[in-house]
Design a protein around this ligand. Structure first.
Ligand code: KG4
Ligand code: ZN
Length: 341
């Protein structure tokens, strides 16, 4: 089966061609430069940029894959969650494409695509579900932070999620307070390499709460007041590195401890993680350490597939199509707030 997938839920315009679990191409055009001066994604600008870039990106994905439109068996797109007007662009384009080709259209949940992305690996990347293990999965990005129990392929339930800000937003907003460029997550990661994570003591919200929920707005506020009371720190590069390492340590400790605790409680042997924040080196390192100490297998999404991409949308669409899971089709609408079941 050969499938074209489109993803435009936020600020990445992406198209991928997937065939029989293999990613033949995955083109991603990032809008980071466009939104940088605003310190966050401006939905109207994102949608206009998707409009401009989508066809060239789709053409490039088809060209890289060596696939012509008449060889496609289906077209998939992210249906939600995401920014409404950004989603509309890729979703409607994919429906029109499917309509013109007289092929099925498959609408995919963005969170669910992240959830199965750790099972894609190698070069060229291939999805391998033959060694699938029940797992507890952490999905952590700029827009979402959640823990999910995956009991079998395509069978999962949400254990908990953030009650306010996502972890990625906490990275981005605290970094903005330090005057770092948007998105600050990768910048904090870099500066933290030479910082002392024990330099400043920030709260670990909901760490000991019995739920699997997260909260990061209090941590953000605490960093805000700390910087307000110690503005001179920002003039000293080493202290900024210490600040980055300390904020990162607080976020990572909560994510890792709550993930491991859920995995132990549910008796699974495998932990997985995906989403943009899974690029974070401290998170990758600490999850690996905690999994080794507790006898869990760890599957981290590859860095190139952690941030938003159409390949994960295509892989999930193909699995669902082959498993005959009913999927939203041509007469469906976008679902900006479509929660993962
Ligand atoms: O998955 P993604 O591309 O988009 C959303 O669906 O949100 O994730 C983007 C988020 C941003 O908040 C960005 O700062 C964060 O992932 N991020 C990182 C790192 N790389 C990306 N956060 C911490 N450390 C990183 N290395
Ligand atoms: Zn995402």
């Amino acid at each position: 089966m050969t499938l074209l997938a489109l993803e435009t839920s936020c600020d990445e315009t992406s198209a991928a061609v997937v065939r029989d679990g293999k990613i033949l191409s995955n083109t991603v055009s990032s809008q980071i430069k466009l939104h940088e001066e605003y310190g966050g994604v401006v939905p109207e600008l994102a949608a206009r940029e998707h409009l401009k870039n989508l066809l060239p990106v789709a053409q490039s994905a088809l060209r890289d894959a060596g696939v012509s439109p008449d060889q496609l068996d289906a077209v998939a797109a992210t249906q939600g969650p995401g920014l409404g007007i950004a989603l509309l662009v890729g979703f409607k384009a994919a429906q029109a494409f499917a309509f013109a080709l007289n092929k099925p259209f498959l609408g995919i949940n963005h969170h669910e695509a992240h959830l199965y992305s750790p099972w894609i690996s190698g070069n060229p990347p291939v999805a391998d579900f033959t060694n699938f293990q029940p797992n507890v999965s952490l999905i952590v990005s700029g827009g979402h932070t959640m823990l999910v129990q995956v009991s079998a392929e395509l069978k999962h339930r949400v254990l908990g999620g953030t009650i306010d800000d996502a972890a990625g937003e906490c990275f981005d907003k605290t970094g903005k307070l330090m005057g770092l460029a948007y998105p600050a997550g990768p910048v904090i990661d870099k500066l933290a390499e030479t910082g002392n994570p024990g330099a400043y003591d920030f709260p670990r919200p909901l760490l000991n709460d019995p739920s699997d929920d997260f909260s990061f707005s209090g941590l953000k506020t605490s960093v805000r007041y700390f910087i307000r009371d110690h503005p001179e720190l920002l003039d000293d590069r080493q202290k900024v590195c210490d600040l980055c390492a300390s904020v990162q340590a607080a976020i990572v400790e909560v994510l890792v401890k709550k993930t491991i605790r859920a995995a132990k409680r549910l008796g699974v042997k495998c932990v997985t993680a995906s989403g943009g924040v899974t690029c974070n080196s401290a998170l990758r390192r600490e999850l690996a350490r905690a999994c080794t100490n507790n006898g869990f297998t760890l599957r981290l999404a590859e860095k190139s597939l952690c941030t938003d991409n159409a390949a994960m949308i295509g892989i999930l669409a193909e699995r669902k199509f082959l498993a005959k899971v009913p999927l939203p089709s041509l007469d469906e609408e976008i679902q900006p707030g479509w929660a993962l079941a």
